[in-house]
Design a protein around this ligand. Structure first.
Ligand code: FES
Length: 337
């Protein structure tokens, strides 16, 4: 089998041509962050600084998915420093109905859990299949290292979400594994505007990012746009008020039915500013909506970190795993089940 030189984060290893970058890294005792191994979650996206890799359709600019791309010759690649994946136990501290569609679930952990704002975790309520959710912060902006806050879309036939408040109550045991994902807040490295956009429970990672950006001292002008199907489901309005009172350049809510005050009619992407190359966009929510924003950001040359949620009603087990392996484009199964 022919071999190539592969430099990963400054360490040189010998790698088999044809191996995925993740396998090549493991062969050289370098663990590239990953989750699904199937091109869905984006956790394993790495930058190809030079050389040859076969991206197998996963290229985005100078980045590829390390679980899909294979060694094709000598190359230099790099991945970003992220918290190591770990497990935590905890219990449900509180469940609060926030809107007709959304519940807030507070999980109290036995030990603090390290994640970057915008990453997601696998959350398993004991006796139920694990699901991917993005931890966030309380709507009043309060931060607590020992708790994780989740926004969960409630579906009448959801295997997990339909049980909130009945089969799953305060004191229910939970397991967390993570963190995963690449749509997290980075240190600002150039001027421009930070644009944070969400639909539905996509608000969870966006609120986490906005709160962290504020804590870091708002290095850029920051625009926040949050949408919901209707006024009743604009559950994030207290958080938007908090942001408006804490130096954010513009804070907009949108609803497809109704308007008034901060709330404008239509979808969040209708209110995107004129983007430029120096802007950074974070977008989370329904896949088609995320794709629309991502396309607009790319057209302007802005950097875009996208976190598409895919509602899933699959039963746990083989069918669920097959779905994760074959569906395209890359996206993660999330919150809405
Ligand atoms: S591990 Fe590569 S996309 Fe999920």
């Amino acid at each position: 089998m022919s071999k190539s030189n592969l430099m990963i984060n400054g360490r040189l290893i010998r790698a088999n041509v044809g191996d995925t970058l993740i396998d090549a890294g493991i062969g050289g005792r370098i663990l590239i962050p990953h989750d699904c191994f199937s091109g869905q979650c984006e956790t394993c996206r790495v930058t190809v600084a030079s050389g040859a890799v076969n991206d197998h359709g996963s290229a985005d600019g100078d980045t590829v998915l390390a679980c899909q791309a294979t060694v094709d010759g000598d190359a230099i690649i790099a991945f970003e420093d992220v918290p190591v994946v770990s497990k935590r136990s905890g219990i449900v501290g509180d469940i609060r109905v926030m809107s007709p569609d959304v519940a807030e679930v507070i999980v109290w952990l036995t030990r603090p859990f390290d994640y970057l704002p915008g990453q997601y975790v696998s959350l398993g309520f004991r006796g139920f299949p694990a699901r991917d959710y993005s931890p966030t912060v309380r709507m009043n902006g309060e931060l607590n290292k020992r708790e994780l806050v989740f926004h969960i879309k409630r579906l009448p036939d959801g295997i997990v979400s339909s049980q909130l408040g009945t089969g799953i109550r305060g004191g229910h045991r939970v397991q967390i594994r993570g963190p995963f994902g690449q749509a997290f807040l980075r240190e600002p490295d150039r001027g421009g505007v930070l644009v944070l956009v969400s639909s539905g429970t996509g608000w969870a990672p966006i609120w986490s990012i906005a709160r962290a950006a504020c804590q870091a001292g708002l290095q850029r002008d920051t625009i926040v746009i949050a949408g919901a199907r209707d006024m009743a489901n604009l559950y994030m309005r207290p958080a938007l008020d908090w942001l408006a009172g804490n130096g954010f350049a513009e804070v907009i809510a949108t609803s497809r039915s109704g308007q008034g005050g901060r709330v404008k009619p239509g979808r969040p992407d209708h209110y995107l500013p004129l983007l430029s190359q120096s802007d950074i966009v974070h977008v989370a929510g329904a896949p088609h909506f995320v794709d629309t924003v991502r396309r607009k950001a790319r057209a302007a040359g802005a950097r875009c970190y996208a976190d598409p949620f895919l509602p899933s009603q699959q039963a746990p087990g083989l069918g669920h795993r097959i779905f994760r392996r074959v569906s395209r484009p890359p996206q993660r199964l999330e919150a809405a089940e």
